[in-house]
Design a protein around this ligand. Sequence first.
Ligand SMILES: CC(C)(COP(=O)(O)OP(=O)(O)OC[C@H]1O[C@@H](n2cnc3c(N)ncnc32)[C@H](O)[C@@H]1OP(=O)(O)O)[C@@H](O)C(=O)NCCC(=O)NCCS
Length: 253
Amino acid sequence: MFKFLVEEIDSIMRRDPAARSRFEVALCNPGFQATLFYRLANAAWRRDWHLTARFLSQVARWFTGIEIHPGASIGRRLFIDHGMGVVIGETSHIGDDVTLYHDVTLGGVAPSVDSDSQRNQKRHPTLQSGVIVGSGAQILGPITVGSNARVGANAVVTKDVPSCVTVVGIPGKVVQPAAKREEQPSFVAYGTPTGDLPDPVARAIEGLLDEVSRLRARVADLEAQAKAGGEVDGLAVEPTAEDGSAELPRGKC
Ligand SMILES: CC(C)(COP(=O)(O)OP(=O)(O)OC[C@H]1O[C@@H](n2cnc3c(N)ncnc32)[C@H](O)[C@@H]1OP(=O)(O)O)[C@@H](O)C(=O)NCCC(=O)NCCS
Protein backbone atom coordinates (compact mmCIF):
# COMPACT_ATOMS: atom_id res chain seq x y z
CA MET A 1 0.00 0.00 0.00
CA PHE A 2 2.78 2.43 1.00
CA LYS A 3 4.69 1.55 -2.18
CA PHE A 4 1.56 2.19 -4.24
CA LEU A 5 1.01 5.62 -2.67
CA VAL A 6 4.65 6.62 -3.18
CA GLU A 7 4.47 5.54 -6.82
CA GLU A 8 1.32 7.62 -7.38
CA ILE A 9 2.76 10.69 -5.62
CA ASP A 10 6.11 10.47 -7.42
CA SER A 11 4.36 10.23 -10.78
CA ILE A 12 2.47 13.43 -9.94
CA MET A 13 5.69 15.19 -8.92
CA ARG A 14 7.27 14.21 -12.24
CA ARG A 15 4.40 15.84 -14.15
CA ASP A 16 3.68 18.89 -12.00
CA PRO A 17 6.31 21.63 -12.06
CA ALA A 18 4.51 23.31 -9.14
CA ALA A 19 4.75 20.32 -6.78
CA ARG A 20 7.45 20.77 -4.11
CA SER A 21 7.22 17.73 -1.85
CA ARG A 22 5.43 14.39 -1.48
CA PHE A 23 3.75 15.69 1.66
CA GLU A 24 2.40 18.71 -0.24
CA VAL A 25 0.99 16.46 -2.98
CA ALA A 26 -0.72 14.20 -0.45
CA LEU A 27 -2.20 17.16 1.40
CA CYS A 28 -3.04 19.61 -1.38
CA ASN A 29 -3.42 17.79 -4.70
CA PRO A 30 -7.13 17.30 -5.44
CA GLY A 31 -6.41 14.82 -8.24
CA PHE A 32 -4.46 12.58 -5.87
CA GLN A 33 -7.20 12.74 -3.26
CA ALA A 34 -10.01 12.09 -5.76
CA THR A 35 -8.11 9.11 -7.17
CA LEU A 36 -7.71 7.62 -3.67
CA PHE A 37 -11.44 7.99 -3.05
CA TYR A 38 -12.08 6.41 -6.46
CA ARG A 39 -9.98 3.34 -5.50
CA LEU A 40 -12.15 2.83 -2.42
CA ALA A 41 -15.38 3.52 -4.29
CA ASN A 42 -14.39 1.18 -7.14
CA ALA A 43 -13.64 -1.63 -4.66
CA ALA A 44 -17.13 -1.16 -3.20
CA TRP A 45 -18.67 -1.01 -6.71
CA ARG A 46 -17.05 -4.31 -7.67
CA ARG A 47 -18.61 -5.91 -4.58
CA ASP A 48 -22.00 -4.59 -5.77
CA TRP A 49 -22.20 -2.09 -2.90
CA HIS A 50 -23.40 0.46 -5.41
CA LEU A 51 -24.89 3.00 -3.02
CA THR A 52 -21.77 3.05 -0.81
CA ALA A 53 -19.64 3.41 -3.91
CA ARG A 54 -21.70 6.29 -5.27
CA PHE A 55 -21.68 7.99 -1.87
CA LEU A 56 -17.88 7.78 -1.63
CA SER A 57 -17.52 9.30 -5.08
CA GLN A 58 -19.95 12.05 -4.06
CA VAL A 59 -17.83 12.83 -0.97
CA ALA A 60 -14.76 13.11 -3.20
CA ARG A 61 -16.69 15.45 -5.48
CA TRP A 62 -17.64 17.71 -2.55
CA PHE A 63 -14.00 18.05 -1.52
CA THR A 64 -12.25 18.15 -4.88
CA GLY A 65 -14.75 19.14 -7.60
CA ILE A 66 -13.74 15.97 -9.46
CA GLU A 67 -16.48 13.48 -10.28
CA ILE A 68 -15.30 9.95 -11.02
CA HIS A 69 -17.99 7.33 -11.39
CA PRO A 70 -17.00 4.31 -9.27
CA GLY A 71 -17.76 1.98 -12.18
CA ALA A 72 -15.05 3.55 -14.37
CA SER A 73 -11.85 1.58 -14.84
CA ILE A 74 -8.63 3.50 -14.18
CA GLY A 75 -5.04 2.32 -14.54
CA ARG A 76 -2.04 3.33 -12.47
CA ARG A 77 -0.56 6.78 -12.01
CA LEU A 78 -3.51 8.87 -13.21
CA PHE A 79 -2.66 12.56 -12.78
CA ILE A 80 -5.54 15.05 -12.64
CA ASP A 81 -4.04 18.54 -12.42
CA HIS A 82 -6.15 21.24 -10.71
CA GLY A 83 -9.11 18.94 -11.10
CA MET A 84 -12.13 21.15 -10.66
CA GLY A 85 -14.87 20.25 -13.14
CA VAL A 86 -13.43 16.91 -14.27
CA VAL A 87 -16.12 14.31 -15.02
CA ILE A 88 -15.25 10.67 -15.70
CA GLY A 89 -18.27 8.62 -16.77
CA GLU A 90 -19.29 5.15 -15.67
CA THR A 91 -18.01 3.14 -18.64
CA SER A 92 -14.77 5.09 -19.20
CA HIS A 93 -11.52 3.13 -19.40
CA ILE A 94 -8.29 4.91 -18.58
CA GLY A 95 -4.89 3.31 -19.09
CA ASP A 96 -1.68 3.97 -17.14
CA ASP A 97 0.08 7.34 -16.88
CA VAL A 98 -2.80 9.39 -18.23
CA THR A 99 -2.92 13.14 -17.51
CA LEU A 100 -6.12 15.18 -17.34
CA TYR A 101 -6.38 18.91 -16.69
CA HIS A 102 -9.36 20.70 -15.17
CA ASP A 103 -12.81 20.75 -16.79
CA VAL A 104 -12.21 17.62 -18.84
CA THR A 105 -15.28 15.46 -19.55
CA LEU A 106 -15.16 11.82 -20.50
CA GLY A 107 -18.84 11.59 -21.28
CA GLY A 108 -21.60 10.10 -23.37
CA VAL A 109 -22.77 11.73 -26.60
CA ALA A 110 -26.45 12.06 -25.67
CA PRO A 111 -27.08 10.45 -22.28
CA SER A 112 -30.48 12.09 -21.89
CA VAL A 113 -31.89 10.64 -25.11
CA ASP A 114 -33.45 7.20 -24.70
CA SER A 115 -31.47 6.70 -21.49
CA ASP A 116 -32.92 3.25 -20.75
CA SER A 117 -31.40 1.73 -23.88
CA GLN A 118 -28.00 3.17 -22.88
CA ARG A 119 -27.87 1.56 -19.45
CA ASN A 120 -25.00 -0.94 -19.02
CA GLN A 121 -23.76 -0.10 -22.53
CA LYS A 122 -20.27 1.22 -23.24
CA ARG A 123 -20.99 4.91 -23.84
CA HIS A 124 -17.88 6.67 -22.54
CA PRO A 125 -14.39 6.89 -24.04
CA THR A 126 -11.31 4.73 -23.61
CA LEU A 127 -8.03 6.59 -23.09
CA GLN A 128 -5.03 4.37 -23.67
CA SER A 129 -1.82 4.76 -21.70
CA GLY A 130 0.10 8.02 -21.76
CA VAL A 131 -2.74 10.19 -23.13
CA ILE A 132 -2.72 13.89 -22.14
CA VAL A 133 -6.02 15.78 -22.23
CA GLY A 134 -5.91 19.61 -22.05
CA SER A 135 -8.19 21.69 -19.89
CA GLY A 136 -11.81 22.00 -20.99
CA ALA A 137 -11.57 19.20 -23.56
CA GLN A 138 -14.69 17.10 -24.05
CA ILE A 139 -14.22 13.51 -25.19
CA LEU A 140 -17.59 12.03 -25.96
CA GLY A 141 -18.86 8.59 -26.86
CA PRO A 142 -17.42 5.07 -26.80
CA ILE A 143 -14.35 6.10 -28.79
CA THR A 144 -10.68 5.26 -28.25
CA VAL A 145 -7.91 7.80 -27.85
CA GLY A 146 -4.72 5.94 -28.77
CA SER A 147 -1.69 5.72 -26.51
CA ASN A 148 0.39 8.88 -26.03
CA ALA A 149 -2.06 10.99 -28.04
CA ARG A 150 -2.65 14.57 -26.89
CA VAL A 151 -5.99 16.34 -26.90
CA GLY A 152 -5.71 20.14 -26.97
CA ALA A 153 -7.40 22.44 -24.49
CA ASN A 154 -11.11 22.94 -25.25
CA ALA A 155 -11.17 20.39 -28.08
CA VAL A 156 -14.34 18.38 -28.64
CA VAL A 157 -13.52 14.85 -29.75
CA THR A 158 -16.20 12.40 -30.89
CA LYS A 159 -14.16 10.11 -33.15
CA ASP A 160 -11.31 7.68 -32.52
CA VAL A 161 -7.88 9.30 -32.22
CA PRO A 162 -4.81 7.36 -33.42
CA SER A 163 -1.85 6.84 -31.10
CA CYS A 164 0.83 9.48 -30.80
CA VAL A 165 -0.95 12.37 -32.52
CA THR A 166 -2.28 15.72 -31.31
CA VAL A 167 -5.90 16.75 -31.90
CA VAL A 168 -7.17 20.29 -31.41
CA GLY A 169 -10.34 22.25 -32.10
CA ILE A 170 -14.03 21.60 -32.56
CA PRO A 171 -14.48 19.04 -33.97
CA GLY A 172 -11.06 17.65 -32.98
CA LYS A 173 -8.62 17.51 -35.88
CA VAL A 174 -5.16 15.96 -36.02
CA VAL A 175 -2.42 18.59 -36.26
CA GLN A 176 0.64 16.40 -36.00
CA PRO A 177 1.78 13.19 -37.73
CA ALA A 178 2.59 10.20 -35.50
CA ALA A 179 6.22 10.12 -36.66
CA LYS A 180 6.88 13.58 -35.22
CA ARG A 181 5.37 12.64 -31.88
CA GLU A 182 7.74 9.71 -31.43
CA GLU A 183 10.70 12.07 -31.51
CA GLN A 184 9.38 13.89 -28.44
CA PRO A 185 9.75 13.01 -24.76
CA SER A 186 6.98 10.91 -23.23
CA PHE A 187 5.73 13.70 -20.99
CA VAL A 188 6.02 17.45 -21.07
CA ALA A 189 4.52 19.55 -18.30
CA TYR A 190 1.20 21.12 -19.32
CA GLY A 191 1.26 19.05 -22.53
CA THR A 192 2.83 21.90 -24.49
CA PRO A 193 6.19 20.93 -26.00
CA THR A 194 7.64 23.51 -28.31
CA GLY A 195 8.18 20.99 -31.11
CA ASP A 196 7.31 21.88 -34.69
CA LEU A 197 3.76 20.86 -35.64
CA PRO A 198 3.09 20.94 -39.38
CA ASP A 199 -0.27 22.58 -40.07
CA PRO A 200 -2.30 20.40 -42.48
CA VAL A 201 -4.01 23.48 -44.00
CA ALA A 202 -0.65 25.12 -44.73
CA ARG A 203 0.58 21.84 -46.22
CA ALA A 204 -2.49 21.65 -48.48
CA ILE A 205 -2.00 25.26 -49.66
CA GLU A 206 1.67 24.55 -50.38
CA GLY A 207 0.65 21.52 -52.48
CA LEU A 208 -1.90 23.61 -54.41
CA LEU A 209 0.69 26.32 -55.13
CA ASP A 210 3.08 23.68 -56.51
CA GLU A 211 0.30 22.35 -58.72
CA VAL A 212 -0.56 25.86 -59.99
CA SER A 213 3.14 26.48 -60.91
CA ARG A 214 3.27 23.16 -62.77
CA LEU A 215 0.06 23.97 -64.65
CA ARG A 216 1.28 27.49 -65.52
CA ALA A 217 4.48 26.07 -66.99
CA ARG A 218 2.48 23.51 -68.96
CA VAL A 219 0.07 26.18 -70.34
CA ALA A 220 3.02 28.37 -71.36
CA ASP A 221 4.54 25.38 -73.12
CA LEU A 222 1.29 24.60 -74.95
CA GLU A 223 0.83 28.25 -75.92
CA ALA A 224 4.32 28.32 -77.39
CA GLN A 225 3.60 25.16 -79.40
CA ALA A 226 0.22 26.54 -80.54
CA LYS A 227 1.83 29.78 -81.76
CA ALA A 228 4.33 27.82 -83.75
CA GLY A 229 1.56 25.70 -85.34
CA GLY A 230 1.80 21.97 -86.09
CA GLU A 231 0.87 19.38 -83.51
CA VAL A 232 0.12 19.89 -79.80
CA ASP A 233 -0.30 16.64 -77.89
CA GLY A 234 -1.13 14.79 -81.09
CA LEU A 235 -3.69 17.39 -82.32
CA ALA A 236 -3.00 19.44 -85.42
CA VAL A 237 -3.48 23.18 -84.67
CA GLU A 238 -3.39 26.36 -86.73
CA PRO A 239 -0.94 29.04 -85.64
CA THR A 240 -2.64 31.52 -83.25
CA ALA A 241 -2.95 35.25 -83.77
CA GLU A 242 -0.36 37.48 -82.06
CA ASP A 243 -3.00 38.69 -79.56
CA GLY A 244 -3.42 35.10 -78.40
CA SER A 245 -7.00 34.81 -79.78
CA ALA A 246 -6.55 31.34 -81.12
CA GLU A 247 -9.03 29.93 -83.58
CA LEU A 248 -9.77 26.32 -82.84
CA PRO A 249 -9.06 24.04 -85.78
CA ARG A 250 -12.59 23.18 -86.94
CA GLY A 251 -13.73 19.64 -86.36
CA LYS A 252 -10.51 18.66 -84.60
CA CYS A 253 -11.23 19.44 -80.97
C1 LIG B 1 -2.55 20.77 -28.12
C2 LIG B 1 -1.23 21.17 -27.48
C3 LIG B 1 -0.72 20.06 -26.59
C4 LIG B 1 -0.26 21.45 -28.62
O1 LIG B 1 0.91 22.04 -28.16
P1 LIG B 1 2.19 22.17 -29.13
O2 LIG B 1 2.70 20.83 -29.44
O3 LIG B 1 3.15 23.13 -28.54
O4 LIG B 1 1.58 22.74 -30.46
P2 LIG B 1 1.57 24.25 -31.01
O5 LIG B 1 1.34 25.22 -29.90
O6 LIG B 1 2.78 24.44 -31.87
O7 LIG B 1 0.27 24.26 -31.92
C5 LIG B 1 0.22 23.69 -33.21
C6 LIG B 1 -0.97 24.25 -33.91
O8 LIG B 1 -2.17 23.87 -33.20
C7 LIG B 1 -2.86 25.05 -32.73
N1 LIG B 1 -3.33 24.74 -31.39
C8 LIG B 1 -2.59 24.35 -30.32
N2 LIG B 1 -3.39 24.12 -29.27
C9 LIG B 1 -4.65 24.37 -29.68
C10 LIG B 1 -5.91 24.31 -29.03
N3 LIG B 1 -6.01 23.92 -27.75
N4 LIG B 1 -7.00 24.61 -29.75
C11 LIG B 1 -6.91 25.00 -31.06
N5 LIG B 1 -5.73 25.08 -31.72
C12 LIG B 1 -4.62 24.78 -31.03
C13 LIG B 1 -1.80 26.15 -32.73
O9 LIG B 1 -2.38 27.43 -32.87
C14 LIG B 1 -0.96 25.76 -33.91
O10 LIG B 1 -1.64 26.15 -35.09
P3 LIG B 1 -0.80 26.74 -36.36
O11 LIG B 1 0.06 25.60 -36.83
O12 LIG B 1 -1.87 27.13 -37.31
O13 LIG B 1 0.00 27.87 -35.81
C15 LIG B 1 -1.41 22.42 -26.58
O14 LIG B 1 -1.63 23.56 -27.37
C16 LIG B 1 -2.56 22.30 -25.58
O15 LIG B 1 -3.73 22.61 -25.86
N6 LIG B 1 -2.20 21.81 -24.34
C17 LIG B 1 -3.10 21.67 -23.23
C18 LIG B 1 -2.50 22.46 -22.11
C19 LIG B 1 -3.44 22.69 -20.93
O16 LIG B 1 -4.57 22.26 -20.87
N7 LIG B 1 -2.91 23.38 -19.95
C20 LIG B 1 -3.61 23.66 -18.76
C21 LIG B 1 -2.56 23.81 -17.72
S1 LIG B 1 -3.26 24.45 -16.27
